[in-house]
Design a binder for this molecule. Structure first.
Ligand code: CA
Length: 642
């Protein structure tokens, strides 16, 4: 038995050594070197870990060996573990609200394990029984409805008690947070004076129990710089005793790193505070791993400054760390980097684990405390695609970023992700597929890389009329590329429906002093969209103008031009479309205005264009009636083919 075990051990050692040296020869992951000062915090929030383990989750290293999460994180360069503390995340029957059921007992266990693994600990008091963020800052059940006067001593007592327990357990507390994302609310309080009083009670307790620890405040939405400066000035006004002005920074919603640096440096310089990113994270895949939808997936109203790849995640972490180091910040903490799926089999199985062990973001039991959000949408993990583990709990190469960024890791520049491409092709034009596809490289730079598309029968596509196709291609390094091809009757007129209020591509020559001549927004007066070209003049004989656009770069061939008009009170009017080629009038077509909402569309066909010609398409309007008015819309220039 013993011999066999030893043999297996030496075999696996050999395997892991072989694997390591092969990796070292050609690392595939690029890690930017970041100049980090000594003591810079590279933190991770793993508050959900105990619930995950209870639900059966096993963490493995990159080689697949089962590992204690804390030892694995410490080896990977993480030096700070953040843990949230809720006062009482349980209902009357003792059922956990979920999200890790993070009470003080959980913080003690997590704090002990982090300390034993050689990492320091950041205690994040939410001063609530469940999630606190800009949208909710509910007081704990036991303090609900209490006056601020009664609440303050309870806050102090709770903080003292909790920190004393942590101190007695020898947890290496480096920092304590007074509230979580407290954008103008905290613990049920909504005025800055009361928020200050709650924070101050907490601060006094921290100074008493952990005099060496840093006190942090934490806000969200740095993209709103003015709010941040207000928060900092309020805390200064009340003279709150704190050390670190902390922020969340999720690149999807929280503005640029440049903005973050400016906002935090301003706070640091103005008020003499340290600054830190207390929460950040980035998706390594758009997939969901636990049958419970994720906050970030493919598509959505958010920024995506890096591809959703393991390399993209690494680049996000190094860029945020570098930004903090540049402005003298003290660290970066990744949020819930180990909240992996409790299972990958079925929603039903996972649901049971979320309910039983609190391993999802909220259990149904949380509804008694938070009926509007948790009560309706309770479920699993919404960020399992933003961890440093695959969906089975095996470490991704990106976990090493914390260790590697101090020295950096070079890797041959490689394609990390390809943009999907879109191409409109005129039914009568030539189908020219792009020879390259835009790629994001491993260092987050951009390049166009050669691509080979599947063979297409252009004649057949054109014959099939207007339609949409998805073509697949492959790059030199074997990556799949996607081209969305839209076969259209291409309109060569730019902004032909006037939907863009910028009309600088149009020329309007006013020959008689028309009072109103402009691009107007009014759905009921537009033939398509919500905008059109408008004219009106109260005086007789003042409406006489020409509206036109010069079009260059047209493929040689025959074209059809059309445009529409409606209006009234025109008198003895003369309206016509016209075409000029290289300045020479070559064709006209009469049109009219008669009454509201009766559109007249005129057309000029068979316009012969040679390569290099400038084609001018336009409408001439002479409407001598007093009060003549009208609307012009939908200039269309289509190819008729060769
Ligand atoms: Ca999920």
């Amino acid at each position: 038995m013993k011999r066999l075990a030893a043999l297996i051990l030496s075999l696996s050692l050999l395997l892991s050594l072989t694997w390591t040296s092969a990796e070292e020869e050609a690392p595939s992951l690029f890690v930017r070197r970041v100049d980090l000062p000594e003591g810079f915090f590279l933190g991770m929030d793993v508050s959900s870990v105990l619930s995950l383990e209870a639900a059966g989750v096993v963490f493995r290293d990159e080689a697949g060996a089962e590992r204690d999460l804390f030892e694995l994180l410490a080896e990977s360069g993480v030096n700070l573990i953040r843990v949230r503390v809720w006062n009482d995340p349980f209902d009357a029957d003792g059922h956990g609200y979920g999200g890790g059921n993070n009470d003080l007992q959980a913080a003690l266990t997590i704090g002990r394990r982090a300390t034993e693994a050689g990492m320091r600990v950041l205690i994040d008091f939410h001063y609530s029984d469940f999630w606190a963020d800009p949208a909710k800052q509910q007081a704990p059940k036991a303090w609900e409805g209490l006056s601020i006067k009664k609440k303050v001593p309870l806050v102090k007592e709770w903080t003292l008690e909790s920190l004393t327990a942590l101190r007695d357990a020898d947890v290496d507390v480096a920092m304590v947070q007074l509230g979580n994302e407290t954008n103008g609310r905290l613990c049920g309080e909504k005025t800055w004076m009361n928020i200050y009083k709650v924070m101050n009670a907490g601060a006094q307790a921290v100074r008493e129990i952990f005099p060496e620890a840093l006190i942090a405040v934490h806000f969200a939405n740095p993209e709103n710089a003015e709010n941040y400066l207000t928060f900092a000035s309020k805390l200064d006004y009340y003279q709150l005793d704190y050390d670190v002005f902390g922020t969340s920074y999720y690149p999807y919603w929280h503005g640029t790193l440049e903005n973050l640096k400016t906002v935090l440096s301003t706070v640091a310089d103005t008020y003499g505070k340290k600054v830190m990113v207390l929460e950040t994270s980035y998706a390594w895949t758009a997939e969901d791993g636990d049958f419970s939808g994720n906050t970030i997936g493919e598509g959505g109203a958010y920024e995506k400054p890096y591809p959703f790849t393991v390399q993209g995640q690494v680049n996000e972490v190094t860029d945020v760390a570098a930004a903090m180091a540049e402005i003298g910040g003290i660290g970066v903490c990744y949020w819930e980097g180990a909240w992996v799926p409790v299972g990958t089999e079925s929603w039903e199985k996972n649901h049971e684990l979320w309910e039983t062990f609190g391993a999802g973001w909220a259990s149904s039991y949380a509804g008694s405390y938070d009926p509007d959000d948790a009560g309706k949408y309770y479920g699993g993990c919404a960020c399992d695609n933003q961890t440093f583990f695959d969906f089975t709990g095996k470490a991704l190469p990106s976990l090493q970023v914390f260790r590697l960024m101090r020295e950096g890791q070079d890797a041959p520049l490689a394609v990390d992700a390809l943009d999907e491409m879109y191409l409109d092709c005129d039914l009568n034009g030539e189908l020219v597929l792009p020879e390259t596809v835009p790629a994001v490289m491993s260092d987050n730079s951009r390049q166009d890389v050669p691509v080979t598309w599947e063979t297409v029968d252009a004649a057949a596509l054109k014959a099939a009329g207007t339609a949409k196709y998805t073509l697949s291609g492959v790059t030199e390094d074997g990556r799949d590329a996607v081209l969305h091809l839209n076969m259209v009757k291409y309109n060569f007129v730019v902004n032909g429906s006037f939907e863009d209020p910028d009309s600088s591509m149009w020329q309007c020559v006013d020959l008689a002093g028309c009072e109103q001549l402009y691009n107007e927004e009014k759905r009921t007066d537009s033939l398509s969209g919500t905008r059109h070209w408008h004219f009106y003049s109260p005086t007789a004989d003042s409406v006489d103008f020409e509206l036109s656009q010069d079009i260059t770069g047209l493929p040689a061939g025959r074209y059809t031009f059309s445009a529409a008009s409606m209006g009234g009170d025109a008198g003895d009017a003369n309206l016509y479309l016209f075409v000029r080629i290289n300045g020479e009038l070559t064709a006209t077509a009469p049109t009219a205005i008669t009454s509201w909402n009766v559109w007249h569309t005129a057309q000029i066909t068979g316009i012969e264009v040679q390569a290099g010609d400038t084609l001018t398409v336009g409408i001439h309007v002479t409407a001598p009636g007093a009060g003549a008015w009208g609307k012009i819309d939908d200039f269309i220039l289509n190819s008729e083919g060769e």
